[in-house]
Design a protein around this ligand. Structure first.
Ligand code: PEP
Ligand code: MN
Length: 293
């Protein structure tokens, strides 16, 4: 069954008609305009008035890297620490992550700062170990349709950041989220991280319209990853400003103390000073849309 909804933008000057297969996603679908899910993780609230900023390296590399990053981003106002301990790399010869050791390092970053930690889970068999450390599971673009993994995290109550697959439609993202909710876990955050197009100047193409469409179709928080969307650190701030203007509930951004030495995704990573500038750069847009940091 195809239904049609109206998007009303904040200034109410433009209305966009969007539709979705409601019957496929009964749990994910927004029932009425005020229907929103707010997710509390330790002291952080996702999907409320505040725009959340999750920041940290692509991959956990060392204790010093994580503690330095965590303390610096906390000082600048970040709301969560990200870092991959299990890395789904395109090449089998690339750094695959530190595994459990990486999770322990992230936990130390949390101890030192109080920031909740978000880390990627790449296999259903890792749910037990990753849930001992993670405050939020990340399901990466490559695993958006790993249905056994979706069901496994759905059987926990740990919030899940679900990234859109690089070649997935919005409807497929909604269906993937429905897998998690249908197992009993209502705490899902959707993430637009760019999709593959013919364009080669950027690593991916940020589908900015996915933000207001998802906000209209679902009650779930929606965040944007400008790092993987662009692959270029100079584009991270302008694209994030656009995402917040379009209604995103937050940003997940890669930050590394020394991006030139990073074991993964250095070219798209901000350094610690860049991150301070980034926070200052998004602040006026956050204010303009009537939200806070
Ligand atoms: C990441 O967050 O480092 C990552 C691998 O992201 P994505 O799944 O969006 O490529
Ligand atoms: Mn990365």
């Amino acid at each position: 069954m195809q239904a049609t909804d109206l998007i009303t933008l904040p200034d109410e000057s433009i209305e966009i008609s969007v539709s979705c297969e409601h019957s496929d996603v009964p749990l994910v679908h927004k029932k009425h305009p005020a229907h929103t899910t707010v997710i509390q993780v330790r002291n952080t609230v996702i999907g409320g008035d505040k725009v959340v900023v999750m920041a940290g390296p692509c991959a956990v590399e060392s204790m010093q890297q994580i503690v330095t990053t965590a303390e610096s981003i906390k000082k600048e106002g970040a709301t969560a620490l990200r870092g991959g301990a299990y890395k789904p790399r395109t090449s089998p010869y690339s750094f695959q992550g530190l595994g459990v050791q990486g999770l322990k390092i992230l936990a130390e970053g949390r101890n030192k700062t109080g920031l909740p930690i978000i880390t990627e889970i790449i296999d259903a068999q890792l749910v037990d170990v990753v849930s001992k450390y993670a405050d939020i599971f990340q399901i990466g673009a490559r695993n958006m349709q790993n249905f056994e993994l979706l069901k496994a995290v759905g059987r926990t109550h740990i919030p899940v950041l679900l990234k859109r697959g690089m070649m997935s439609t919005i409807q497929e993202l909604l269906n993937a989220a429905e897998y998690i909710l249908s197992e009993g876990n209502p705490n899902v955050i959707l993430c637009e991280r760019g999709i593959r197009t013919f364009e080669t100047h950027t690593r991916n193409t940020l589908d900015i319209s996915a933000v207001p469409i998802l906000k209209q179709l679902t009650h779930l928080p929606v965040i944007v990853d400008p790092s993987h969307a662009t692959g270029i650190r100079e584009l991270v701030l302008p694209v994030s400003r656009a995402a917040i203007a379009a209604g995103a509930d937050g940003i997940i951004v890669e930050v590394h103390p020394n991006p030139d030495q990073a074991l993964s995704d250095g070219p798209q990573s901000l350094d610690l000073k860049d991150f301070a500038d980034f926070m200052r750069g998004i602040a006026p847009i956050v204010e303009a849309v009537g939200r806070t940091l």
